[in-house]
Structure formats: C-alpha cells, structure tokens
Design a protein around this ligand. Structure first.
Ligand code: ADP
Length: 162
C-alpha cells in the first residue's frame, strides 16, 4: 500500500507546544511526517536554522515515522521530491486564514497534485506563536507553558541580561 507522507513546513523559530501538538496529531493521520524548516534568507530568525533543527530534534525524540529536515526554494518542489502529497499547516485564529489561503492556492496552482491540509489548533494553543514566546522571553516573563525545557533554556540564554 502507498504510504501517506505529509510535510509540515514552517519557521519553527523556535518550536512551541502549538507546533508539537500539530506534529503529534499529524502522526495520527499520516504514515510519515516530515517537519521541514524553511531556509528562507529573507526572514531573519532569532535562532539559526541549525539551532532550530537541534531544538526540534531534542523535543520530538526518536520516531521512525517522523523526519526533521530543511528545505530551500519552492516548497511544492520539495514536497514532490519527498514523494509526499500533502502540506500540513496549523490554523489558529481567523487572522491566519487570509495568508494561508493565498499560499495554499498558489502552491496548488504551481503543483496540482499537492494538497494543503489544515489542522485546527487545540484550545490551549490558540494564541500561541513563536513570536509571542520570543516577546515574553525577551521581557524575562514565564514561558514554561509555551515551550519544552530545551527551548526554554535556549531562549533564556539568548535573552540573558548582560
Ligand atoms: P511560518 O513562518 O511558516 O508561519 P511558523 O513556525 O510560525 O512558520 O508556523 C508553522 C506552522 O505551524 C503554521 O502552519 C502555523 O499556523 C502552525 N502553528 C504555529 N503555532 C501554532 C499553534 N499554536 N497552533 C496550531 N498551529 C500552529
């Protein structure tokens, strides 16, 4: 039988419990999931791509059905090269919709056989984003309920008062 492989792309700068929730739920639906960190030169992150990959790997643990990778260039081309058919994205508030709608339509136009599927955020993570976490961390606020321990440590290091 053909394996159903999905790619879950994003910045993951850094990974949060919101992302992890989508990853765990994605693994319930697909045979294989590839978490793909975008190497996008225009979006300068707080963490380097290598740091983000390391944090994701530390957090997701070993699972033969889960791969952590990076991609450059057109997402749909990467998806096809991985023999995947699905781009998995998370949806939080209505505010995510407009942007996601545009990208999904563009991707479908460029590569018709690739479908974008959306998973609704779980209730506790509806307002959780990497940027909010970075903001709170930069103000030395508590971030335990947003990110796993390894990420918390990395954020505290970045924002340690000099
Ligand atoms: P991007 O820059 O591509 O939006 P992000 O790392 O911010 O990258 O997000 C990657 C994906 O994870 C997106 O589909 C985003 O909607 C989803 N996501 C992020 N945070 C949450 C959350 N709290 N609940 C559900 N989905 C989320």
């Amino acid at each position: 039988m053909k394996k159903h492989i999905a790619v879950y792309p994003g910045s993951f700068d850094p990974i949060t419990y919101g992302h992890l929730d989508i990853i765990h739920r994605g693994l319930e639906v697909f045979d294989e999931l590839i978490v793909a960190v975008a190497r996008n030169s225009e979006k300068k992150g707080l963490f380097s791509v290598d740091e983000r990959l390391e944090m994701i790997r530390q957090t997701v643990g070993d699972n033969p059905r889960l791969r952590v990778d990076t991609f450059e260039g057109l997402l749909v081309e990467y998806v096809v090269a991985q023999e995947a058919r699905v781009i998995l994205r998370g949806l939080r508030a209505v505010s995510d919709f407009e942007y996601e709608f545009q990208i999904a339509q563009m991707n479908h136009t460029v590569q018709e056989q690739v479908e974008t599927l959306f998973m609704m955020t779980s209730v506790p993570y509806g307002y959780l984003s990497s940027s909010i976490v970075k903001e709170v961390a930069s103000l030395q606020g508590p971030i335990d309920s947003f990110v796993p321990a390894a990420v918390k440590e990395a954020l505290e290091k970045k924002f340690a008062p000099r």
